[in-house]
Design a protein around this ligand. Structure first.
Ligand SMILES: Cc1ncc(COP(=O)(O)O)c(C=O)c1O
Length: 319
């Protein structure tokens, strides 16, 4: 017997449940305590806690925007799986959203990506191609470009390093949220550079609201580093999205300084932040201390891309 639904009937309990995409974004902006750092009342350091996204990182935002745009344009279809290179977080987001929306996902990533990340990707059913660890994320990028050259038309190449939907995601969401959550008081944005989508999209939006907002980018201090997710732009393949002229200041952070702050935050304050998040906080703390020295009020906002859960096998926690 056909089920007659009237306009005012409650939807059946099995109608699809929660919409995963709607859970992405609107993360909290935390007044995070910094161990060993005392700031005057008029210098505030606020941190956007991106691990509250369902995939556990900031990359849920661009992955969703890239996939929604590709579905709308017809580039992503059930018979043309999504393929991309990723150090992990974008891949997790593609795999999670692909599982929710019914699209297949194949990912190229360096073999030394953390075991926790690889396990999550496999749990979501993504197909993985592990590339030479010595070639890092650039090796994975070149391998996926080779696949696209050999098999054009078989794949939707998401290309997070060059896809403008990556920047737009942050322009439309992260930047708006920071402006609203800080009550329009933000004076500085401090964010790490990977694809540069977070820094660029969020920075452009905040500049639209207030041209005086200072944009501070964060990179690893040296080409060989342990700041997973971040790029040393002088030695890496430059993302097409990256515009070095956008930053008012470019800061460089050592892996050791990030490890030290991550450990102290976990042990002294209870916050288990990721390594690139700790690097962003090292840089944001520097800006905050400079403002305090100058006696200038500031509201410094930094973006914490993920928590430490995917890096717990790293040896620096044992120190
Ligand atoms: C842990 C982590 N931190 C930072 C970033 C950098 O973000 P973006 O690619 O937007 O520059 C990424 C990107 O993958 C990441 O996974």
């Amino acid at each position: 017997m056909a089920l007659a639904l009237t306009m005012d009937a409650a939807p059946p309990a099995t109608s699809g449940g929660v919409n995963l995409a709607q859970q992405i974004g609107n993360t909290p902006l935390l007044d995070l305590p910094l161990p060993g750092t005392r700031l005057p009342q008029d210098v505030q350091l606020l941190a956007k806690a991106e691990w509250y996204n369902p995939g556990g990182s900031v990359k849920d935002r661009p992955a969703l925007a890239i996939m929604q745009q590709a579905i709308a344009s017809g580039a992503l279809r059930p018979e043309t799986p999504l393929v991309d290179s990723t150090s992990g977080n974008t891949g997790i987001a593609y795999a999670m959203i692909g599982a929710a929306l019914g699209y297949r996902v194949r990912l190229y990533l360096p073999e030394n990506a953390s075991p926790e990340r690889i396990a999550i990707l496999r749990a979501h059913g993504a197909k993985l191609v592990l590339t030479d660890p010595l070639e890092g994320s650039d090796g994975a990028l070149l391998a996926v470009r080779d696949l696209i050259a050999r098999e054009p038309g078989r794949w939707f190449y998401a290309d997070q390093y060059n896809n403008p939907a990556n920047v737009n995601a942050h322009y439309e969401t992260t930047g708006v949220e920071i402006w609203q959550q800080s009550g329009g008081a933000v004076t500085h944005l401090v964010a790490g550079l990977g694809t540069s989508g977070t820094f660029t999209g969020t920075g452009l939006r905040l500049r639209d609201y207030n041209p005086d907002v200072q944009l501070v980018s964060v990179q690893p201090e040296s080409p060989f580093h342990g700041l997973e997710g971040l790029k040393h732009m002088d030695s890496a393949i430059r993302p097409g999205l990256y515009d070095p002229a956008l930053a008012d200041r470019q800061l460089r952070v050592s892996t050791e300084a990030a490890h030290e702050l991550a450990r102290r935050l976990a042990r002294e304050e209870g916050w288990l932040v990721g390594i690139s998040a700790a690097a962003a906080l090292v840089a944001a703390r520097q800006i905050a201390l400079e403002q305090a020295d100058l006696g200038q009020p500031a509201v410094i906002v930094t973006i914490l891309p993920d928590s430490a859960h995917k890096y717990l096998s790293e040896s620096f926690w044992q120190v």
